[in-house]
Design a protein around this ligand. Structure first.
Ligand SMILES: *Cc1c(COP(=O)(O)O)cnc(C)c1O
Length: 429
């Protein structure tokens, strides 16, 4: 670019055209060329275009051992679909307008043991919609121990405020009794619409604590809504051959929460449910219908790609085929199979050691839970170099015997990606 016949800055357009091999669209290349010239460094344009391409959304290999990694889109789930129209709101039998809640949402309701369900953009939207539809202008009782913030700015008091419902705090941070709820219900001038139970998800209060059970709160004279968060459908996990893993412990489940008397529950699609980003409102048909009729429902509804994805997931649950749900498959991989993969990989790449490590559920669920796992370790911090490979690999650094190692936890790596992982490790070593 800098020949002395031309002392003027190179033409933006000419520079942009010289970058066409990057495959990026011309208007983007024009922006890049303009920035490079403005920075007085036209030669940087190639590096800038490469950097731009690398920043685009792309599949990555999650070798962090965090099963639901919020920065990596939580649960892994297949999304490829040929271009197609869907009968989202068309009744194929009558040819009349149908309801977008008839397929995926109805099947999720079936899985959750609910009369009815609707699907919205995420769990935050589900909670906001439930509160707006059932609590706006009135009071909602929440225990002070449940006024939580969940990663990414979901704060119960703020969501409540946005919904137009008035938060009435009951009890204390560590101890709340049923009598705290009844006192608020019976307070002079009280106008309580609902009691709300929020799963603490990402933290625990231990020690001198007390909280009424779901069925006790549900026995009050106002309906109970329960934000269970993670979308575990049934505590018995009938989709898992060996039943519920020990680490699920006290995680609230949809079926049991509804059976205990909650009128509505809300949960995410991409945590323990293992699907795409979505929020589900499930429970009593009338109460769900009221949410669906609220004007906000239109602003929060999911489209055909998400709905068809969740329909497939629901059918998979109903077939009790947990092995076909990537999250559950990864979460329950036995150590033996991880060890075999690790031995094979470490034999093909020299400088790679097999190491024991711990996976975690992540995604703001099950704090403190560690699932024994097996990883590949290489000396030093190779994270940034592993991110530069064609399918970026996201790993973590762990001190082993006091020396920093980069560890790739095989539990969260799909076996189909093992070869790519081996290639990448061979390359960075
Ligand atoms: C994760 C979580 C949310 C937020 O869910 P998103 O799907 O991320 O919006 C809300 N409530 C609880 C209890 C949660 O665990």
């Amino acid at each position: 670019m800098s020949n002395d016949a031309d002392q003027r800055p190179p033409s933006v357009d000419r520079l942009a055209r010289s970058l066409s091999e990057s495959g990026l669209p011309h208007p983007i290349l024009v922006d890049i060329a303009r920035d490079a010239i403005a920075a007085g460094d036209a030669d940087s344009a190639i590096a800038r275009s490469e950097q731009f391409a690398r920043r685009l959304l792309r599949p990555v290999i999650n070798a962090t051992g965090v099963l639901l990694h919020t920065n990596l889109g939580r649960a892994p789930w297949a999304t490829t679909h040929p271009a197609s129209s869907f009968n989202v709101e068309l009744d194929l039998e009558t040819g009349e307008r149908g309801s977008r809640h008839d397929h995926a949402a109805a099947l999720i309701a079936r899985c959750a043991g609910a009369e009815s369900a609707i699907i919205v953009n995420n769990c935050a939207a589900a909670v906001l919609l439930v509160l707006a539809a059932h609590g706006a202008g009135r009071e909602v009782l929440v225990s002070r121990g449940e006024l939580v913030e969940i990663g990414g700015g979901f704060r119960v008091p703020e969501v409540m405020e946005q919904s137009g419902a008035r938060l009435v705090e009951v009890g204390t941070t560590n101890r709340t009794r049923l009598s705290d709820y009844t006192a608020a219900l019976d307070a002079p001038g009280a106008d309580v619409a609902l009691a709300m139970h929020v799963h603490q998800s990402n933290y625990r209060i231990t020690g001198f604590t007390e909280a009424p059970s779901i069925s006790e709160i549900a026995s009050l004279r106002v309906p109970l809504i329960a934000d269970i968060g993670s979308g575990l459908l049934d505590a018995a996990c009938p989709w898992l051959k060996d039943g519920p893993p020990a680490w699920l412990r006290d995680e609230p489940a949809a079926q049991q929460t509804l059976a205990s008397g909650a009128e509505l529950i809300t949960f995410s699609g991409d945590k323990l449910l293992g699907g795409p980003q979505a929020g589900i409102i499930a429970g009593a048909a009338n109460a769900v219908a009221e949410c669906a009729r609220h004007p906000l429902a239109r602003a929060m509804r999911s489209g055909d790609l998400i709905l068809s994805s969740l329909q497939e997931l629901a059918l998979t649950y109903l077939r009790r085929d947990g092995a076909a749900i990537p999250f559950w498959r990864q979460a329950t991989l036995p150590i033996g199979s991880l060890n075999r993969r690790a031995e094979l990989l470490s034999a093909t790449v020299s400088g790679v050691d097999v190491t024991e490590c711990s996976s975690v559920p992540g995604g703001g669920t099950l704090p403190g839970v560690e699932i024994p796992s097996v990883g590949l370790a290489v000396r030093g911090d190779m994270r940034s170099r592993l991110r530069e490979t064609s399918t970026p690999i996201i790993a973590r650094v762990v001190a082993i015997d006091g020396v920093d190692h980069t560890v790739c936890d095989l539990r969260t790596v799909e076996p189909d990606d093992d070869d790519q992982l081996a290639e990448a490790l061979a390359m960075v070593l």
